[in-house]
Ligand binder design. Structure first.
Ligand SMILES: Nc1ncnc2c1ncn2[C@@H]1O[C@H](COP(=O)(O)OP(=O)(O)OP(=O)(O)O)[C@@H](O)[C@H]1O
Length: 261
């Protein structure tokens, strides 16, 4: 597998005072209310929380897919708030990798062409030997000429992971990577992400699944736009227990999330 090592002493992602509001029909929705984060290189972090707690907003802002309303995001030493759209697009293409619940593979392209697409979009030529090595590493060296529709969901997600890695990203952001998979495929995908982190790849993942979150090094729990708890060395049962408490609390006070203006 390709080496992903960065210095373990440096921080891959720094988030300070992150705020994000949306204009909703019933008033302003505060999706993030001052989130602070420091993710070291090589760490594997799961983000959990009740529905509407701000997980996707946090992931999308941290990954430069969405502009926050306030606060700072540093990728290494680069502040992404000051980047214009084209610099932000280039930063995403060159320094970040993405894995989505719905795989987002292009159906008309072969597996290997999908994997090489991020390089082509960045105007770079792919080294076929590297693409093949990545596909072998995710267990799909024998399916490189197939189209996505000819693969199972788990196989498609493994292609998406290879595609995320082709640019040697500093961070891989995964948004519900097992959400569309059966238990067996989900386990395979989580084992793959775990292996990447063990090799030094920084991974940040939003998930609803305590079993998936337990594969990470740390779990951050969001509630009402704030980080309210953290678990190191999580297990599925400690994560599920904490989630049950947070969901019960969220069910008690759903109206607190909306400030009517
Ligand atoms: N485009 C939008 N316009 C208005 N409100 C939004 C928008 N996107 C998200 N929100 C609101 O912001 C809050 C946080 O949403 P977000 O999708 O980040 O939460 P989440 O924890 O990822 O939820 P889920 O687990 O249900 O996917 C929610 O109250 C949501 O309704």
């Amino acid at each position: 597998m390709t080496a992903f090592l960065h210095s373990p002493r440096t921080v891959a992602l720094t988030v300070r005072g992150l705020e994000c509001t949306y204009a909703g029909s019933a008033g302003t929705v505060h999706a993030l209310r001052g989130v602070d984060l420091d993710l070291p290189h090589g760490s594997f972090t799961a983000i959990m929380g009740p529905s509407g707690s701000g997980k996707s907003t946090l992931l999308h802002c941290a990954a430069g897919l969405q502009r926050p309303t306030g606060g700072q995001i540093l990728l290494g030493d680069t502040s992404i708030a000051g980047l214009d759209e084209s610099d932000l697009t280039r930063l995403r293409r060159t320094r970040l990798g993405f894995v989505f619940q719905s795989f987002n593979l292009l159906p008309a392209l072969t597996v290997i062409d999908n994997v090489e697409l991020p390089l082509r979009l960045d105007g770079r030529r792919a080294q076929r030997s590297e693409s093949l090595a990545l596909l072998s590493a995710v267990g799909l060296g024998h399916r490189v000429r197939h189209r996505p529709a000819e693969l199972s969901g788990g196989q498609q997600q493994r292609v998406a992971i290879a595609r995320a890695l082709i640019t040697h990203p500093e961070i891989v952001f995964a948004d519900e990577p097992t959400g569309a998979l059966d238990l067996h495929s989900a386990r395979e995908v989580m084992q793959l992400l775990r292996r990447l982190a063990d090799q030094g790849q920084t991974v940040v993942m939003v998930t609803h699944d305590p079993t998936a979150a337990a594969v990470a090094d740390n779990v951050l729990f969001l509630a009402d736009g704030r980080i309210v708890d953290r678990l190191a060395a999580p297990t599925a049962s400690t994560v599920a227990g904490r989630m049950a408490e947070l969901v019960a609390l969220a069910d008690r006070g759903p109206e607190e999330r909306v400030d009517r203006c």
